[in-house]
Design a protein around this ligand. Sequence first.
Ligand SMILES: [Zn+2]
Length: 801
Amino acid sequence: MMRRGVLLCAVAAALSGVAGTAQTLERHPDYPTVPVPITSVTFADTFWAPRLDTVRRVTIGAAFKQSEVTGRIKNFEIAAREATGEFCSRYAFDDSDVFKIIEGASYALAVKRDAALDGYLDALIAKIAKAQEPDGYLYTARTINPSKPMAMAGKERWSNLEHSHELYNLGHLYEAAVAHYQATGKRTLLDVATKSADLVARTFGPSALRYPPGHQEIEIGLVKLFRVTKNAKYLSLAKFFLDERGNPAGHKLYGEYSQDHKPVVDQDAAVGHSVRAAYMYSGMADVAALTNDARYVAALDRLWEDVVYRKLYLTGGIGATGAWEGFGPAYDLPNSAYAETCASIANALWNFRMFLLKQDARYIDVYERAVYNAMLSGISLAGDTFFYPNPLLSLGQHERSPWFACACCPSNLPRFMLSIPGHAYAVAGDTLFVNLFVQGTARMAMAGGTVSVEQQTRYPWDGNIRIRVALAKSGRFSMRLRVPGWAMDHPVPGDLYRDLMPARDTVSLKVNGLLVPIRLERGFAVIARQWTTGDTVDLHLPMPIRRVVAHPAVKADEGRVAVERGPLVYTAESVDNGGRVTNLLLADQSPLTAEWRPDVLNGIMAITGKASAVRVRNGATLSEPVPLTLIPYYGWAHRGKGEMAVWLARRPDLARPAPEPTLASAAKASSSEGGKGLQGLNEQYEPTDSNDHTAIYFHWWPKKGSTEWVQYEFPAETTVSETSVYWFDDTGQGECRVPQGWRVLYRRGDEWRPVETRDPYGLARDAYNTVRFTPVRTTALRLEVVLPADFSAGIQEWKVR
Ligand SMILES: [Zn+2]
């Protein structure tokens, strides 16, 4: 507490200096709701507290280490002329990863002293400051060698904003600078940020350059810079960048991918890259709150309904397709789901702002769904491996990775996760909002004085929440407790998902042990009364196991059911279910039971019951009862690769019979150099078409025009006489097409000989191309494939008889 008092004085003193020199906006509107900051909230539960601790102990250090190993930090050293060389990482936006990790590290410092981390940041910030050009320009991709900037950067400053990420990087710099300043009271990075923002403000404007950034983010950063410096030009600049979008007067429009197809106030459908979109919506909410712009709010309402009613995964993830890392058409939600970790973070950030704007619990419902499921799937329990996409169905091809060439997700997680305590409570005058249920304590300044609350709960495993209040002297205020939609048979706002059966148990509320009627306003149970230290509130949220079905327009989930309990979406993994899960049928009447498993995934409430497994045996399809175990979705992919499915078959014909072993499935696959997804050749998943991204597919991309091969090595010499190939072709999304030609070879001694065919080598899409040939006895068979001149090729499935 002492430390915090000292820190606030330092911040106030530093702020007055900035305000004295800046053009000051004395009075401006703002969000009607103020979050209780992370420095005033302590999580002391067994769900979040250990995860946040892991982020502080492991993830931040690992991310900085990766930034060193991959040249991201060296780029700043070279730009600062402390080292020599060329830009040495992959992308022009790599600077932003470093800024994001600094932001996360600052949140760690804000709540817990760490001299080593503090010192590391000081040294790193000194390099960043030296990498900044004298006029404030900061972008290592150009500064390192301005006469030969890296390709993405564009020839001149700001000349390739559609792709350069010059302004995107700066948005993350500004967020990091504000976080570092608020955590440490040091102005080092804040000075770099304001010097940069002043340059941007001189360069862009109604009578200067009028390009919006290709990737939104600077809008959020500028608003944060405005809040801390009170310099109104930063707010105006944020609004300017938003208003230039979709405005052809100032630039050639970038199109839907970057939400630059029409003015933001006219947008009514979520399109394009989903991280860009949700960062833009977040920036719009900020600017709407700070300028009282009703047109922005009306657009946000339309966009929110489009996302939540038609484009939201059950896990809270957004972005159906990897082709443009973004939204598909309404209700098009394949379970191969892109659902990028960053998009879940962006979705949560946007929904939290919508709550601040409207004080409606439905936004926290969406936030909670995204955070407990899609976002949390993005990081391992150990905190050192990550998912970029977070699919709802896996055939066993997915596993978390320590880093990515495009490392936006691993660097985004620490800053977001360490912000979560700051989303748990909020205050508006004499109203206290309790958004999230996490055991721990919080202190907040209310209209009548400081109030402390202590939450006791085992949430998300148990729906009983006790809140004890402490305040200096008895006072009147209103407490608003979120009653999640899932506790009232309404898993999401709108009708995209619904409970199959209503729950029998109901929500109840007690004040000092006495049941009180629930007065619900915008999703919050309101308790307005005179409070005294020691008063308690008990909220009971029923947590039955719920079966959820999707809107009939969601074809991927038709005839399927998902299981939820409390805020958690559950999933089936092969490791718990006899090796496969896509062959399981979960009947509506089959009872399910929740069971605490302290030994699994650091302690989970597992769900168990009975399902039917469909298998092929001696050519006949049969179904047999098997035990079923489900785990929380966030915990998948921690126990080896294997099948995973959130949506289980509810209709018998949708359970995919587990196939019998075949010649192909028993063979060892290999390929010419450079091919990926070998497992896809013989994983025995029947593709629905050549562009099926749920099936595992093999491909040679980015190779083009060359002659390549794949090969099956059999366990023993075998007679083969027929082969069938299902080509992969992602026309419209990628660069794979059916090949130019192919042939089959068999191994005889050290030689590869062509087979004598009885059929032509087919090149049909969306079907098997079968070739019969004179039987040969061999230990290996090879497909020789000639790639098209300008395209690559791939294979969905390869069968042999
Ligand atoms: Zn990402």
